[in-house]
Design a protein around this ligand. Structure first.
Ligand code: NDP
Length: 344
């Protein structure tokens, strides 16, 4: 659903071109060089994997959020060594990628020492795909879980009004010599960015993604985004996972619930401000001296899954990444025009 390589109304851009465009926009809008680099790298990674809702499209929301005064463009995150298994990074109101990057070495060191460690990122504006961060941990041989609340965009199963966030949850499993197994999804039926893209393209959304202001099923993206509510995936199951994310990436790390993040936003419609939880686990500790053999046993599961004709999560992205590396990543012309306008 993330790709449109058939359309000719766009351009294929190399990784370098995407990065240069992102940095130029972000620095032109007042971001510090370090913030612009870290944020740009995350957006470009998403664009290269044809994750369009979290690629360069995000520049529009990021700039809007900055102009509303809802993000700090030159924030310098502060890393705190809290305990044997806990790292805290205060993002200082800036976007999350630089905070993640600065806390990463300490998190990896603690996970190696203790077997398991968590990093709490506090006071960050968040808008990125979580797999970008997960891959930084799996490439170190670590198993990882990442999650965060958002804003009160989603009704709980059985409810009809926005209360929970779209609360993404992501999992990464290292596979030596191969791309990691990663899944990464919103606990809503679909990510909010995808409904925004439908609004932008004037297309209705499928039933099951949202309800209108009266709690009735609705296919109008505008009504769902501005007046109604999004819905969880898998009914009570997605709803319960969203609730868990609210708790462990909210109060448990001393940060906001989605509903509190909405109150903080105070109607500015900015990108969400809240915390993020990253858990890293070192199989060399949890599985012991023969951990490599144990990790190898997982491959049987993957082989048999593929043998049934199923695919592994992230396989689509890796395929898109290889294509983008060879012929550039596709960016629609309408988006390029909107991005160009940010340089005026
Ligand atoms: P998708 O529904 O697009 O995909 C969910 C996961 O399932 C992906 O890992 C995907 O792999 C995998 N998958 C999809 N189809 C199959 C299949 N047939 N077989 C096996 N695996 C499959 O995700 P969402 O729309 O829910 O979320 C998209 C992104 O939005 C995520 O990256 C998430 O982090 C981000 N997000 C971020 C938020 C934030 O606060 N920053 C809020 C909400 C979402 P593949 O990618 O290869 O298709």
């Amino acid at each position: 659903k993330d790709t449109d390589t058939t359309a000719d109304n766009g351009a294929y851009l190399t990784r370098e071109a995407l990065m240069s465009l992102s940095r130029r926009v972000l620095e032109h809008q007042g971001f510090s060089a370090e913030q612009a680099r870290a944020l740009g790298e995350t957006l470009v990674a998403a664009q290269m994997d044809a994750s369009h809702s979290h690629g360069l499209y995000r520049l529009l929301g990021i700039v809007q959020t900055l102009r509303q005064g809802a993000a700090v463009a030159d924030a310098v995150p502060e890393v705190e060594d809290v305990a044997a298994g806990v790292v805290r990074v205060d993002a200082g109101g800036g976007f999350s990628p630089l905070a993640f990057e600065l806390g990463l070495p300490l998190l990896v060191g603690k996970a190696r020492d203790a077997g398991v460690a968590l990093m709490a990122i506090n006071h960050c504006v968040h808008s990125t795909a979580l797999w970008v961060e997960l891959e930084r941990l799996t490439e170190q041989g670590l198993v990882a879980i990442v999650c965060n609340p958002t804003q009160a965009y989603m009704a709980p199963h059985g409810g009809s009004r926005p209360l929970l966030g779209t609360n993404p949850l992501a999992f990464g499993w290292p596979r030596p010599g191969r791309e990691p197994l990663v899944f990464d999804f919103a606990t809503s039926a679909i990510a909010r960015g995808d409904i925004e893209l439908h609004r932008r393209e004037g297309k209705p959304i499928p039933e099951g993604w949202g309800v209108d202001r009266d709690g009735a099923p609705c296919t109008d993206p505008e009504e769902v985004l501005d007046h109604g509510a999004m819905l969880p995936f898998g009914q009570h199951k997605g709803s319960a996972l969203a609730l868990m994310v609210e708790l462990i990436a909210g109060p448990m790390i001393g940060d906001l619930l989605s509903v509190e993040s909405s109150e903080h936003d105070a109607g500015r419609a900015g990108l969400p401000y809240h915390g993020e939880l990253i858990i890293a686990i070192d199989p060399a500790r949890t599985a012991g001296a023969t951990s490599e053999a144990h990790m190898d046993r997982a491959e049987r599961l993957f082989d048999e899954l593929l043998g049934q004709g199923a695919r592994l999560p992230a396989q689509r992205r890796y395929r898109e990444r290889a294509l983008s590396e060879s012929r550039g990543a596709w960016v629609p012309q309408a988006l390029l025009d909107d991005i160009e306008a940010l340089l005026a």
